[in-house]
Structure formats: C-alpha cells, structure tokens
Design a protein around this ligand. Structure first.
Ligand SMILES: [Zn+2]
Length: 143
C-alpha cells in the first residue's frame, strides 16, 4: 500500500532494526483504500505502519466475514512488512500482498489461507539475511 506524502522516511538503523507500528490515527495522507504503509523500503527500511482505525473499518465493512480485528491486523502488518523487507511496492492479484481487501480476502484470513507467494517469501528471507549479514559487520556498541 503506497504512501502519499506524510512523514519523512526514517533514518536507517545500522543494526537493521525494523519497527511494526499500529497507529490509532486514520493516516489521512495515504491511499484511502490502504490499511497502512511501509517507509523507506529495501535494506534501509525501518517502519511498517498500520492504521488500527482503517483495520476496524475494513472488518466492519465485511459483515459477512468471520475474520476478526486481530486476524486482519496481523495480516495487515505482515502485508506492510512484505513491502518493507524486499523494498517492493507492487500488489499482485492474489495472496497476502494484493491490494483492496474485501470479503474474499477476509474470508481467506479467517480460514488461515492467506499467504505470501513462494517468490515473496523467498525475497523476504533474502532481505532478512542481507540485514543480518550487514548487522553482523557493524561494530559492537561501547560497553
Ligand atoms: Zn500494499
């Protein structure tokens, strides 16, 4: 889910730390259909942010779905991490990285069958490995 202005990108963390944030605010500066955003993706990305208000609205709009708030929130965070780690902003037509979550997606969430594709999972694992290697090369903090 893409950003439109809003906060400036965070400074990369030398240790590769990423931060998943749950914002109570509606995040008016992002796409109206998005549940969150990922800033400064790729090996430098730090924040994956999801709007709790937007997730609540998404669940409330799908009254026929059995997906609950916690399930959708968790999948929304995973979706934003799926942008942040490999640094990709694309949305395929299916799976966890698709945009525009409606009844079908929430139904898949409630049944535990919404996943990253094999390629997405591989790119995320590679990004984690790059961050881990980079962090291992960093000098230890003073004691
Ligand atoms: Zn997205």
């Amino acid at each position: 889910m893409s950003s439109r202005g809003g906060p400036s990108p965070a400074h990369p963390r030398p240790d590769g730390t990423i931060i998943a944030r749950i914002a109570p605010a509606p995040l008016d500066y992002i796409d109206p259909s998005a549940l969150g955003y990922a800033l400064n993706g790729g090996d430098q990305g730090v924040y994956a942010t999801v709007s709790l208000l937007r997730v609540r609205q998404c669940v409330a709009n799908q009254t026929n779905s059995s997906a609950n708030l916690e399930q959708v929130l968790g999948h929304a965070i995973a979706h934003e991490l799926g942008h942040l780690l490999p640094g990709e902003q694309s949305h395929p037509r299916a799976g966890l990285m698709q945009a525009g979550w409606g009844h079908k997606v929430l139904d898949d969430i409630s049944k535990g069958r919404l996943f990253f594709s094999d390629g997405e999972a591989r790119r995320i694992r590679e990004a984690v490995a790059r961050r881990t290697r980079h962090a291992a090369r960093m000098p230890a903090p003073p004691s």
